[in-house]
Design a protein around this ligand. Sequence first.
Ligand SMILES: C[S@@+](CC[C@H](N)C(=O)[O-])C[C@H]1O[C@@H](n2cnc3c(N)ncnc32)[C@H](O)[C@@H]1O
Length: 360
Amino acid sequence: MAKNENLSSAKNAKNDEFYTQYADIQKEVNAYLEYNPDVFRGKTVLLPCDDPEWSNFTKFFAQNFENFGLKKLISTSYAIESKNYKSDWQPTLFETENPIFNADKSRVKGKIFILDHDTNQNGKIDIDDLEWNYMEGDGDFRSPEVKKLRDEADVIVTNPPFSLFREFMAWIMEAEKSFLILGNMNAISYKEIFPLIKQNKIWLGIVSGVKEYKRPNGESQKMGNTNWFTNLDHGRRHQPIQLMTMADNIKFSKHDEIRGKNYRHYENYDAIDIPYTDAIPSDFEGNMGVPITFLDKYCPEQFEIIGHPHGDYGLEIGLTPFPKYLKKLNKGLRNGDLYYLDNEGNPILPYRRILIRKKQ
Ligand SMILES: C[S@@+](CC[C@H](N)C(=O)[O-])C[C@H]1O[C@@H](n2cnc3c(N)ncnc32)[C@H](O)[C@@H]1O
């Protein structure tokens, strides 16, 4: 199965059980700390889809509690009976050997883990000081119980269930919290997400493409197309992309589509097509359609985002519909998608563009 199909079948089957690797979390979080060493200082961090027995988010933040200067770490887990995917789950010794273990609650209640002081009094606050209990409910992030924890938190960090990504993002945004979460790159096109990207309220993280996760049985799960989404500032997004002028691109570009040719102008919108982010001409003042992967390098001081020219969104930002003669030739053409004509007059629909222009 292709990687992207893997993701969509994970979504369709509501199979959200795959775990993020420690090194991927470490790489990403360290980059925010480099930009702002106090990013977590004095803050309450909530990990709302994270069972510490499995989650490397919990391990990572607990291990670094003092390093990061955290005030409080809260991690909540979702009850096995509420999950769509039931692995051959058994409570761990960590749970069963604890005096509060309750076999009935174990399957149907979420668990809450809190770290905020040196419980074992060994002079440092770390993972061994985590205190836990069963929750009143199943730990669903949408429950009033977890909402209350969200409201208490300053920063929300996790890899949420991909099948509930829209809801999860809305849940964060309604409480106006800082966040760092993983999601499918396709989420960029969601009508709930793209406007937030356009308004610079959320952006992509630093390490683009987390490629490998772990299944509950420890096997690797490859995922193409997943990325970090955040509203925590980082250095990369303030570094302008280094670009050549249009004349230099046409003379020296490494891309055959550009070198010795002209940039194509769309037929249904006043913009030129840029097939590669590194082929954006530094001196072009008009609108440009760029691959969606541009967002990995997007610097809001250098460019502004005009819109997402696909289907209804395309029509909203003024793309003119396909003329009748083209619709007759190809019934699959969808109004609101960008196109240009090749030398034979056939419509070419470039793959997944967003429209940008240079910041004035
Ligand atoms: C993609 S996994 C990631 C787990 C963990 N955050 C990590 O990165 O290793 C998403 C987790 O969210 C849990 N989950 C699914 N629906 C949930 C809900 N409504 N509320 C809270 N957690 C949920 C799933 O059972 C799964 O364990």
